[in-house]
Every structure is written in structure tokens, then in C-alpha cells.
Design a protein around this ligand. Structure first.
Ligand code: PCP
Length: 400
């Protein structure tokens, strides 16, 4: 089937065509010169620790990309936090993977940025329900990337239906302003009643209460209309009308409580980010967050050759043999030699040459991902999420 949206087909990515043209020129040149050196190449953001941790993810797609290539790959586990040094290391003949660099970095950079912003969001309101609402801000073909990153970082759910089907998790959500407009001003009760009658029992009854009148009036009307069936209200007040958002939420809470609706939760959305969530987390029950996550900067990963040896151009001989040690090499500003990274007992991140001892009681973090072209790791999103949150605690991510 043709590709009506013009996105790069998966086959092109797997075949190495999703690349920067200079890697094709590089292959032509190396083949012309009968060169295919064995290399150790590393993916890094910062060379040394900076005190700022990021979340590593995207590694499952990298494994798929490298499957069948005659190389060994080691990488951090999915969801691990890192601060400097390699997050992934490739060993093998350079031409086994030269053109994959572009897609490799893309698979890691943007999802790791999303996941880092999602973790900031999660830790801004650790006790609250926090949902990912941002799929609308990205190309629909990568909605799963956004929602997966959100779950990895411990968010409670997400809104995108097709992403849910891919991830095996059901999307959540209740009603947009469009539904309220279709019933019209003055008919909010009819809209909420019709919603209550129409949707499945499993869908929470969360009334959107900022469309026409003030949030207090619509919240009380929703509570009167749906009675005990109402689970919550959502306030999405646009920033130009927001004023003191904390005060608005407290006022709504007060008025609901005063009429016996203590069980009705208050959810907030619309341009929220960690700095604006923190002052609301004791007065609101939950948050929907989009652009803070989808607008996150990509992690600035690059791939660099750090060891090189001439090796054979025979593609079947794809492993660095013992006694055939590579020579350290690097561009200016980068660090030569294959490296390991460690989590130290005090929650630090330590970078050291792989052939030297690590720090006392340091836990080496790079783990096998590919051996001779075979994927040697299993992926489990729940386990990765637990790892992400426990490592965030260990490195005191919320204090950075
Ligand atoms: C909410 C809000 C943002 C959406 C969520 C994403 O939308 O107004 O546009 O959150 P973000 O601001 O953090 O990116 P709804 O109230 O559901 O949108 P609509 O007005 O389209 O009904």
C-alpha cells in the first residue's frame, strides 16, 4: 500500500535507507578503498557527568534496528537514568552499521527527551493521577512513542486510542469542549446526562466544567445533575481566564464539599508543567499534561568511534579477536577508548575506561543487547517503569 502521509516506511529504516546521505558516501568510499575497520563506537550525550540526569529509552527499537547485523551491542537498560558517558556501545566492523547511525540516534534522542519530561511531571505530583494528553502535538505516527515514554516514567495513563492498541493498554478520556458545544450553552446538564447514558460503565464520569460559565457554577450543576454517578470534574480554564488557578480549584472544592459532594474529584489540564503542577497538587486530584512532554528537547546524543583496528574486510569475521585490540581514537572534545558507566552507592554516575576497574561497589550499567546480530534481551514496559522510578529515587532526580 502506498504511504499517504509521506512517513518513512519501516522497511527503509531496517534496510538503513533512513540515513544521512554522507553515510552512503562513506560506504562507497570505504568499499572503494577496501577498508572495513573494526571499531568500538559509543552513543553519548555528555562526556562527563554534569549533575543533570536524563532517562534512557528507545533501546527496544534500536535492538530491532540492529538485529541481524554482525555486531555486538551493549546498552543501558530501558528506563535507566544516566548522566554522562556511553549509553550504548557497538563493537564490530564499521560497515555492518555505518548507515544505521541516523536512525539509531533518532530512536533514542526524542523518546529519551519525552521520558525525561514525563518523569519531571510524574515527580511534580507523585500522589496524584497524572495522564498524558499530548499526542495531539506530534505526528500521529509517533503517538505510541509519546504514550510509551509517559508510561515508562510512571504516568497513570494516556489518551491516544491507537497507541493504546499498540501498547496493549486502553486509552482513557472523557469529553472534549466539542461535545459541550454540540449541546450548546445552557444545555450542559443535557450533555453530561447524555454522556452518562451513552458511554460504558467503565468510563469515569468526569464532567468538563469550564466551557460556558464559571467553574464553580458548572461544577455544582454537574454534581446536581449526575448526583452520585459523578466521579469528578475537569477544569481546563484557558490561561487568559485563569487568574489564580489554585484559588479557583480551592473555591470549587469548597463549594462541592459544602453541598455534600466530597467524593467528586477535581482534575486540571491545559498548559500544565511541573512548576505549575506543584502548587496545585494538594488541592487538585489529578492532572492532564501534554505539551510539557511533547515539547521536550531531544537528548543530544551522538555516536562516536572510540577504538579502531584494521581488522578483516571479511564480513563473516565480525568480532574483535583477542590479541587484536583496537587503538583508542576520538575527535577533539570527545574521550577515546571503550568505556563503562556505573551507578555508585551514593547515587552517582561514574564513567571509566572499560578495561580498568570501576569505582568501589559501583554497579556496571551497560548490559548486552545484541550478540552477533541476535537480540539477547527481553523488554517489559512495567519492569522498565519500575527501574526508572527507583533509579530516579536513587539519584535524587526530583532535586536536580
Ligand atoms: C486539554 C488542553 C490542551 C490539551 C488538553 C493538552 O485539552 O486544553 O490543549 O494539554 P497541554 O496544554 O498540556 O498540551 P481539551 O480541554 O481536552 O481540549 P479541547 O479544548 O480541544 O476540548
Amino acid at each position: 500500500m502506498s504511504n499517504p502521509f509521506g512517513t518513512v516506511p519501516a522497511a527503509a529504516i531496517l534496510e538503513g535507507d533512513a540515513t544521512d546521505a554522507y553515510f552512503e558516501r562513506t560506504r562507497e568510499t570505504l568499499e572503494h578503498a577496501d577498508k572495513n575497520p573494526r571499531v568500538v563506537a559509543e552513543v553519548t550525550a555528555d562526556q562527563f557527568p554534569t549533575g543533570e540526569f536524563d532517562v534512557f529509552t528507545g533501546v527496544k527499537d534500536v535492538a530491532t534496528l540492529f538485529e541481524g547485523r554482525g555486531v555486538d551491542v551493549d546498552a543501558l537498560p530501558d528506563g535507566q537514568l544516566f548522566d554522562g558517558g556511553p549509553v550504548l556501545r557497538i563493537e564490530g566492523p564499521y560497515l555492518e552499521f555505518a548507515e544505521l547511525e541516523t536512525s539509531l540516534l533518532g530512536f533514542l534522542s526524542q523518546p529519551s527527551g519525552f521520558a525525561t519530561a514525563a518523569l519531571e511531571t510524574r515527580l511534580a505530583a507523585p500522589e496524584s493521577l497524572v495522564l498524558s494528553f499530548g499526542a495531539r502535538h506530534v505526528h500521529p505516527s509517533i503517538a505510541t512513542t509519546v504514550e510509551r515514554a509517559a508510561l515508562l516514567a510512571g504516568l497513570d495513563g494516556f489518551s491516544h486510542v491507537a497507541a493504546g492498541e499498540v501498547l496493549g493498554r486502553e486509552a482513557g478520556g472523557t469529553m472534549p469542549h466539542a461535545l459541550m458545544f454540540c449541546f450548546g450553552e445552557g444545555n450542559q446538564a443535557a450533555a453530561w446526562t447524555a454522556f452518562d447514558e451513552a458511554v460504558g460503565e467503565e468510563v469515569p464520569r468526569i464532567a468538563l466544567v469550564d466551557t460556558f460559565w464559571d467553574e464553580k457554577s458548572e461544577s455544582l450543576l454537574a454534581a446536581e445533575t449526575l448526583g452520585d454517578d459523578l466521579d469528578g470534574v475537569r477544569i481546563d480554564t484557558t490561561s487568559s481566564r485563569r487568574g489564580d488557578f489554585r484559588h479557583i480549584i480551592r473555591e470549587v472544592r469548597w463549594e462541592l464539599d459544602a453541598r455534600g459532594h466530597e467524593d467528586v474529584d477535581i482534575f486540571c489540564s491545559g498548559g500544565l508543567e511541573p512548576e505549575t503542577i506543584r502548587p496545585l497538587r494538594d488541592v487538585a486530584d489529578g492532572f492532564g499534561v501534554g505539551s510539557h512532554i511533547t515539547g521536550a528537547d531531544s537528548v543530544d546524543f551522538s555516536l562516536d568511534i572510540v577504538e579502531i583496528s584494521e581488522g578483516s574486510s571479511d564480513p563473516s569475521s565480525n568480532r574483535t579477536q583477542s590479541g587484536d585490540e583496537g587503538s583508542p581514537i576520538s575527535k577533539r572534545g570527545k574521550l577515546s577508548g571503550g568505556k563503562d558507566v556505573y551507578r555508585t552507592p551514593d547515587g552517582g554516575h561514574h564513567v571509566a575506561l572499560a578495561d580498568r576497574d570501576g569505582p568501589d561497589e559501583g554497579e556496571a550499567l551497560l548490559e548486552p543487547l545484541i550478540r552477533d546480530g541476535e537480540i539477547v534481551r527481553e523488554f517489559d514496559l512495567e519492569a522498565a517503569s519500575e527501574r526508572c522510578l527507583s533509579d530516579a529515587d536513587r539519584v535524587a532526580f526530583s532535586n536536580q
